[in-house]
Ligand binder design. Structure first.
Ligand code: UT7
Length: 347
């Protein structure tokens, strides 16, 4: 997906506060933000929690197989929108924008507050603004990369001028704490970016995919029917099958998005893949012949936060001063669906 040269603004986009952008229309990330719930559980805490259920795990196993050392869990009653709100405010502040400047909100989540309304509508209300478009996007761990691609397309088409794109998850709610093969892997959190219309390119290209044939290898097969939950609303994953697919698609998406943008691996300053497993992330970097210093890894402290993992890692890289204006960045998502994709941008 490459940017068109010129697209007129819609009336809806013009009705909001941010200044008009004339000439060629592109989209650019103008601010980043994130939020982690305060309750931090180390691997040792998980070992103790599972031991109380008669289930054995170890810090060594978790670190060796995944790189995870800790994760954050939201307290009971804290929902995805409660994590999204501080992350969104943080991103808006870093972009120098107010909630009233926003004319589009997309929340990528697989753990929404309710069946409906959308977590995006709830977030809009909590931000104290009303009227702009707001919807959720569900592509599991690829959700943020999907949502950013949609926001980029809407901004370039003139349907929005200042978009808030959030990944927010409370995966602790859908974990089976009797299944050691999954419950030690995931955490809660939220990350956000502000995407604005720009006369110069920021987001350069995107590449999205899904293959429903693999839907069974990573799923939460429950639903609501007749006032009851039917099925099993707990996460199930065939880890080795996901691992094998992830390694292949992360490389192919990376190469595809570089080709679409007319760039090469050598142009990359930062690779920010979905934070699920350090072995998958480092393997992807090696295949792209990137030095590991160019890999942003937060999986050690966050665990796998699904749709929140990429914007959380992006914000950590920005706030730490490592990722600077002008850097070329590749974001990559992979997960349930089976879904995957990449977005390339100049920050
Ligand atoms: O978010 C979407 C994307 N998700 C991913 O990318 C996850 C992809 N998958 C993975 O990261 C890895 O497959 C896992 C981390 C989930 C598992 O690592 P693995 O190296 O593939 O291990 P395995 O599933 O093949 O299990 C190896 C052994 C098994 O024991 P046996 O059968 O060899 O005796 C498991 O029972 O490790 C055992 N095991 C554990 N041992 C201690 C599995 N979970 C645990 C545990 N603690 N928590």
């Amino acid at each position: 997906m490459t940017a068109p040269s010129s697209v007129p603004s819609s009336t809806a986009a013009r009705s909001h506060g941010a200044p008009a952008v004339t000439g060629a229309r592109f989209s650019r990330i103008t601010g980043t933000g994130s939020y982690l719930p305060p309750r931090r559980l180390t691997n040792h805490d998980m070992v103790a929690m599972l031991a109380a259920r008669g289930i054995e795990t170890s810090d060594e196993w978790i670190v060796e197989r995944t790189g995870i050392r800790a994760r954050h869990f939201a307290d009971d009653g804290v929902n995805a929108s409660d994590l999204a709100l501080p992350a969104a405010r943080d991103a808006l502040e870093s972009a120098g924008r107010k909630p009233s400047d926003v004319d589009l909100i997309i929340v990528a989540t697989s753990t929404p507050d309710m069946v409906f309304p959308s977590t995006a509508s709830i977030l809009q209300h909590k931000l104290g603004v009303h009227g702009c478009a707001a919807f959720d996007l569900q592509a599991v761990c690829s959700g943020f990369v999907y949502a950013l691609t949609v926001a980029d397309a809407m901004v370039r088409a003139g349907s929005a001028r200042c978009a808030l794109v959030v990944g927010a998850e409370v995966f602790s709610r859908i974990l089976d704490f009797n299944d050691r093969t999954t419950c030690v892997l995931f955490g809660d959190g939220a990350g956000a970016v502000v995407v604005e219309a720009s006369s110069s390119p920021g987001i350069l290209a995107a590449d999205l995919h899904a293959d429903g044939r693999h839907l069974g290898i990573l799923c939460t097969p429950g639903t609501v029917a007749g006032g009851q939950v039917s099925g099993t609303p707990l996460l199930k994953m065939d880890g080795p099958a996901v691992f094998k697919l992830a390694v292949g698609v992360l490389e192919s998406a990376a190469r595809a998005v570089l080709e679409k943008a007319g760039r090469t691996e050598a142009d990359l300053d930062w690779l920010i893949p979905h934070q699920a497993n350090i072995r998958i992330m480092q393997g992807t970097a090696r295949k792209l012949k990137l030095p590991l210093e160019k890999l942003v890894a937060t999986v050690d402290e966050h665990g796998n936060t699904s749709a929140a993992s990429v914007p959380l890692a992006l914000d950590v890289a920005v706030k730490s001063g490592r990722l600077r204006r002008g850097d070329t960045v590749m974001l990559e998502g992979v997960g349930g669906g089976f879904t995957w994709g990449a977005v390339l941008f100049d920050y």
